[in-house]
Design a binder for this molecule. Structure first.
Ligand SMILES: [Zn+2]
Length: 378
């Protein structure tokens, strides 16, 4: 992650140095961080091609400066959002001459190993505790905060990994514009959304499924992969209906409009939304799927891990064909979701197609599939 003092300082920092070059005699040799923040505020023409973030003359996206503050001076909401600050390279415009070749395909097996090796850790810790101390069962007051923290840790690992690949492999549409930063004006709402996501999704999982007498990892069934696939497709149906309704019924657009203020999102901006959308996406829609597809506690926790993984992947913009770790077989029916599908959905705003967020099953059945641009021949 970029920091104000890292060698990969964000473009506003370098822009300040360039724009003040003519008056260096009056400036101090060691610029303070507050100077950097002052110069990072918005939109003036970029100086020098290496510092540009968009092909357009002026980057008119809302300003983002909070991440330039020292961590100790950030408000709590800024600290939460700063956990998801992306490397500077993701926000920079790429040279038109850059040739990265055909977009690469990621290994489904490797991704499943990544998810399982992280997602199973809290379950294994609780199981180990039950094995060592068989008479000490974890009450809700212990288990719930433990799993909320574990879920946060999982999400941060996913984000860190996606950011790494966004730099290594590039991002979609990078020759026209870099990825969006989290706008200053959205920091409070995004921090609230991140917090709600972590507590609420694990919360209804505990309410519906937690039994302190059951040892985690012993409540998986061989049918779990099938039920996980069914859960994802079922949730995607409810999501599709709500999502398409918001786009096509003008009176409902206010629910979803804020999420579309980002046209080139990053993984963390998957959670950028107004309150109404948060209620639906964080609680009601996954709850509906959970009530229809039976799961044990361990299965449901792992389901949450798979779901957030795909949601963040779909917003990351990573230039890759990166199949759904469970529903990759839908490719045979041309119903698989590629990273570019949801990326294009954001790019075209209210008029966009590709309403599914886990699959293209419902887009295909209801004829709302959009054309892919860079993911060709896959
Ligand atoms: Zn949308």
């Amino acid at each position: 992650m970029a920091s104000p003092s890292s060698p990969t300082s964000p473009s506003p920092l370098r822009r300040q140095r360039s724009s003040s070059a003519g008056s260096d005699a009056s400036s101090s040799a060691g610029s303070s961080t507050s100077d950097l923040i002052t110069y990072a505020t918005p939109a003036e023409p970029m100086v020098g091609p290496e510092k540009r973030t968009t092909r357009q003359k002026v980057d008119r996206r809302p300003p983002s400066t909070f991440y330039l503050k020292p961590f100790s001076k950030m408000k709590m909401a800024e600290k939460v959002c700063n956990l998801a600050t992306c490397p500077t390279e993701m926000h920079e415009l790429k040279d038109e001459e850059l040739d990265r070749g055909p977009i690469p395909t990621q290994s489904v097996l490797r991704e499943n190993i990544f998810i399982l090796s992280r997602g199973l850790v809290p379950l294994a810790i609780q199981a180990a505790s039950y094995y060592v101390f068989p008479n000490v069962k974890w009450p809700l007051a212990v288990a719930y905060p433990f799993y909320v923290l574990a879920f946060m840790g999982f999400a941060l690992q996913v984000m860190s990994r996606l950011n790494y690949y966004c730099v290594a492999l590039g991002v979609f549409d990078e020759k026209n514009i870099g990825r969006d930063r989290t706008p200053d004006k959205s920091v409070n709402g995004l921090a609230k959304g991140i917090t709600a996501y972590m507590f609420v999704r694990t919360g209804f999982t505990f309410y519906l499924h937690y039994n302190k007498g059951i040892t985690p990892l012993t409540d998986f069934s061989w049918t779990f992969p099938l039920r996980l696939a069914a859960w994802e497709i079922t949730m995607d149906y409810f999501f599709y209906v709500y999502h398409r309704s918001c786009h096509e019924i003008d009176a409902l657009w206010f629910i979803h409009q804020h999420h579309h203020t980002t046209k080139h999102p990053t993984a963390i901006l998957a959670i950028l939304a107004e309150d109404y959308q948060e209620y639906l996406e964080i609680f009601f829609i996954p709850l509906a799927a959970t009530l229809l597809v039976p799961m044990s506690f361990s299965e449901m926790y792992l389901t949450l891990c798979y779901t957030i993984y795909v949601e963040m992947l779909g917003h990351s913009g990573v230039r890759s064909y990166w199949a759904h770790p469970v529903l990759w077989g839908l490719k045979a029916l041309d119903m698989d979701l590629a990273v570019e599908d949801h990326d294009i959905h954001h790019r075209f705003g209210k008029s966009g197609k590709n309403y599914g967020k886990q699959t293209r099953v419902w887009d295909k059945l209801f004829s709302t599939v959009g054309e892919r641009i860079e993911t060709y021949g896959m």
